[in-house]
Design a protein around this ligand. Sequence first.
Ligand code: SAH
Ligand code: SF4
Length: 366
Amino acid sequence: MNPTVKNILQKEYLAKDDLEFLLSSAEADSEALFQHAHEIKIARIGRKVYFRGLIEYSNICSKNCFYCGIRMDNSRYQRYTLTDEEVLEAARYAHDNDFASIVLQSGEQSSKAFTQAIENLLVKIHSETNGKLHITLSLGEQTEDTYKRWYNAGAHRYLLRIEVSNPSLYARIHPDDNRHLHKTRLEGLALLKKTGYQVGTGVMIGLPFQTISDLADDLCFFRDFDIDMVGMGPYIDHTDTPLYAFRDQAPDASKRVELSIKMVAILRIIMPDINIAATTAMQTLDPKGREKAIYAGANVIMPNLTPVKYRDNYLLYENKPNVKDQPDETRKALEKHIRAAGDEIGYGEWGDSRHYKWRNGEISKW
Ligand code: SAH
Ligand code: SF4
């Protein structure tokens, strides 16, 4: 019997070929997929979407990933690092507006001074906000000692995307040197788990050379690694990067968004209790991208709290939306998107990954 989306969705366990089939499904069948994921989300984790205020701490980066606008060799941007006071102001905004959670993100830096600066900031943020904010770090690959120091200073979660799970594709989109090793990325994730973080990873979707089989492998990777949180979204071209020359070998924008929403839906089905972000990149390629992702299973959204004057210099990809919007405008627009998807905002709640709490023995599975 030929498989159909309907009978695959009835299976207990989805194997790689099932995932490939779902990723390749036609439009009408995708609707059934999205609805199924939507129902699972409501049944398993409810209809709350949690805000994580995003603070883009610095665009100084020691790496040269072939897809990223703030790669070290791109001289177009003015390099910046926020002052402690600017970070604290954004953290206070998050706290005062009941976001309950922030993400500190940056280009990758590994100097002693950087490690220390982040450690100090973690302590300051907690003392300014009475320990009420949960803090996620997204600061690239670090040593085990650094991960530990930041954890002990009060970071709770860490996001380190594997970008792609296929090592040979990873090698094609990164320079061939020992600063850009897939292996180090995987080791980083294991160290983060060992340290005690809620661990998040993710991939880019619709890259040149990437196949449906690669994307199915990405989903299997999240499941096999037993990840707590995922942030993934479409790959978006940036003129100042080496990968731009291969843009004709990537699917068009609407296909990238469609694949991204499908990835969210399938992931919600195979890992019902993890946190999944509706990423800004989805919104960049489709004005309704984040809304669609929320409907299909995402439960986290990251409003940008970086001071507006720096945002033009933190363009990982081009056409990033809302770079001039003040936090209040962003918050209102996101509230609208979330309500349009029929969900509500988990104001004042940390919205920790249920999967992590279960892994840690804090709650029973359902
Ligand atoms: N330097 C850190 C964090 C900042 S980059 C790190 O690399 O982990 C955060 C994420 O932005 C990356 O993991 C990558 O997945 C995403 N990104 C970079 N360039 C992109 C592009 N052109 N399109 C879509 N996402 C991109
Ligand atoms: Fe630097 Fe991260 Fe961009 Fe790579 S993806 S160049 S590490 S900011």
